[in-house]
Design a protein around this ligand. Sequence first.
Ligand code: PBG
Length: 334
Amino acid sequence: MTHSFSQFPANRPRRLRRTDWMRNLVRENILTPADFIWPIFVMEGNDASEPVPSMPGVSRMTIDRAVIAANEAANLGIPVVALFPYTPTELKSSSCDEAFNPDNLVNKATRAIKAAVPDIGIMLDVALDPYNSDGHDGIVKDGIILNDETLMVLERQALTHADAGADILGPSDMMDGRIGVIRRALEQNEFPDVAIMSYSAKFASAYYGPFRDAVGATGALIGGKHTYQMDAGNSDEAMRMISRDLNEGADMVMVKPGLSYLDICQRATTEFNVPTFAYQVSGEYAMIEAASANGWIDRDKVILESLLAFKRAGCAGILSYYAFEVAEKMISAD
Ligand code: PBG
């Protein structure tokens, strides 16, 4: 873009920043409740919830409470909830069988929410870490995360999720070939309308710590995820991953974590022009909460500013633990 502007004083950009109404008039990007996917942690039991210590304000909840929460989210205009399980330790194994149990926590929760709240979309992660006694996203043998063996389990997991009624599958495992395998399985099993939002540019990040606490995967994990998640120094590789996943049948892509990877969000949206989402991850949430609790930042303003950044970078939407709170405030401000 080449523009020629008049010179000062004919051009005074401050004219457009003078009042609230003028700033509102010329703002390039805004947030609405429809920009959000709200991640929820589900656990066994009835009418109960328990706080996640490293994510103040976020609680795991039983399925009946998740149904209520999803209903409230739908009423606020949030289009999608993403469900993550707090799997009881005794159901975790190195073969990750619980991942494809048709009655596992997220499949049960999906059925319950679909029955009670038909107008909200449900997204489920496809990855093995919440079910793995080894804590990794894939099957581990002799300390190695096996790619092709993992694909076979992911395929079974994806089909149980589609069968439970999931609208969007989010493969978050970063195994090679997973999108193709899942897309083929969906087509062959008469789930042609299930969308795939691939965690395409998912970086091996220290920002996921609180999430691993929330799903109870912290203790089990031995070693890092650097042999499958991306290296933080890479940007061209992220573009190759997005291109590959789109070729294999992804409908939408994701960049994760969010704020530290805004350059990747912007490149992705300009180079591919497909719906691109950012995940404002647990560590980003925890940092805002910790600084706020110390009185060091203005919590509400920082939350909105951090979320608006994703829209400015071109994202179609944001997975955020703040989705509910922010949507609620937007609605009550109307
Ligand atoms: C699992 C998964 C992770 C997150 C979403 N899905 C953790 C990981 O890869 O270790 C992280 C979300 C967050 O930190 O909020 N594959």
